[in-house]
Design a protein around this ligand. Sequence first.
Ligand code: PRX
Length: 621
Amino acid sequence: MADLVKPSDEVVNNAYIKDYESLYRDSLEHPDGFWENIAKELFWYKPWDKVLVGKHPYYDWFAGGHTNIVANAIDRWQKTDKKNQLALIWEGQDGKVKQYTYQQLNEEVSRAANALKSLGVKKGDHVSIYMPRIPEQTISMLACAKIGAVHSVVYSGFSVQALKSRIEDAECKIAITADGYHFRDKLVETKKTVDDAVKDLSFVKTVVVVKRTGNPVAFTEGRDIWWEDLVSKQDSICSTEMMDSNDPLFILYTSGSTGKPKGVLHAHGGYMVGTYATSKYVFNLQSDDVYWCAADPGWITGHSYIVYAPFINGVTNLIYEGPPDYPDAGKWWSLIEKYKVSKFYTAPTVVRALMKYGDEIPQKYDLSSLKILGSVGEPINPEAWEWYYKIVGKEKCPIMDTWWQTETGMHIITPIPSLPLKPGSACKPFFGIKADVVDEKGNSVPVNTQGYLVLKKPWPAMLKDVYKDPKKYTDLYWGKIPGTYFTGDFAKKDADGYFWILGRNDDVLKVSGYRFGSAELESAFVEHPSVAEAAVIGKPHEVKGESIKAFVILKVGKQPTDELKTELKQLVRKLIGPIATPDEIEFVTALPKTRSGKIMRRVLKAKELGQPLGDTSTLED
Ligand code: PRX
């Protein structure tokens, strides 16, 4: 594969932005002007007084402005012909299809918003959403935003404990869930998980349950209510709450290097402008696009690039409930053919998994509707990139390898369609973004040298704070290299200014694109009565990107058996969720530690991979 993959004339001619370099230069010279021009494309009840104000590291974007992200995602289309365009096409794993025009989506969201109001939910209240990938998941999120409530979505693959700690931290009075869903041929009982999670949380007053499978579920009198009974009787008109640009929109928990997941807080205005701009320019969104981001709305990719940005851009948004290779490995390709998807956005782990089934499978389907492909969540290796480019995109669809995070809210380092691509590189900073690769003192490192990826300017969709933990916000993100936002990723920059993301530098794992902290996994292991201590590392994995390996020290007298390994795997599944199932467990009698007692996971990993151990001067023994 060539080092530089140039876009075709057709791609460049159709692109909104034809000359990345000059606009980028301009956007850095006049960032306020750049973002202001984009914000002006959107609806505001009251325009902002200033584009950016703040006292480092707290920033207010579009300060003084009044808007609501739903006013832009849904309301503004109602007075235009777009109200008759399909906003959302949903297909279930069982083949059931539901479609909503922008007008119908507005009606559904309004009913759900009125339903929440009837339950006493007000502006600023927190609502937990723990749902499978069904339309009501998206509708609930939009309904919360519409009335100014703050959603806290928990991915439906998380377990009781993980859900409970998130509901507890965010003090959600209401939880919305479904009776269950089928993942492949297994029934996942989401309602039961919610029951177990909230049973000791007396502040949870109501649990709303969508009927997805019809499997019998227990109902707690006075607390539980069917979505269908509650929502269908509501009025389909509901006024959208006028929000201050910096009022909170959602909390989304994400794993970090310290034990407990952090509640990342995002606000309406800046997040709206940032996700709108990036999706528009990166995917070159056009009003007749059928856009499919195959993530789950439970993660940041789904929040930004399923639930909000596509609707703000007025495209037709496809959501599919099931996994890529069920009932067969052609399922997702068949959906691209069926719905004539033009923009498709997925994770490298999916590409690698589907690649294993061979070229013949995608070749059986008509994928000619595709125009742009996207990748997110972890580095895409050149082999997978090439397969995606050649076999899926037929060498005519540029691949947008978008680097960003829960915290950044929007794409940060990313190609745009007119930019020549380098397979495996996330390419260049988005407009207005000042990124650099530095050493621990904050000095830029030479080209092609590994360093810390940092951001040197605020950006509109940046997190506002860590919920209830401002110290984490200031210290973990802005305190490591003063004055810059510390991403936690290693990267290098080449002579052409292309960024290459080299993985995390902070004990955060990316397993099939899912983010876990070593410490979070370790605390699950030590819950077991036989375990004295555990250390977890990520190991390179052909399909998943990284796999989870745990080193476990048992308590005196406990036997290291295979049964115990199975028990420990079950325990981690139970405490965090099946997505966190450890791949390997090794019983050991000691762990490498610093003299102050901190486990040196870096040393464990180097040893495991047969690499040089690096600086071991602080090693205790
Ligand atoms: O390590 C980077 C990796 O995913 C991390 C952020 O994870 P999360 O908050 O779960 O958000 C994932 C979806 C935006 C980053 O710190 N990452 C994300 N995108 C890429 C990536 N690594 C390499 N290339 C990417 N395109």
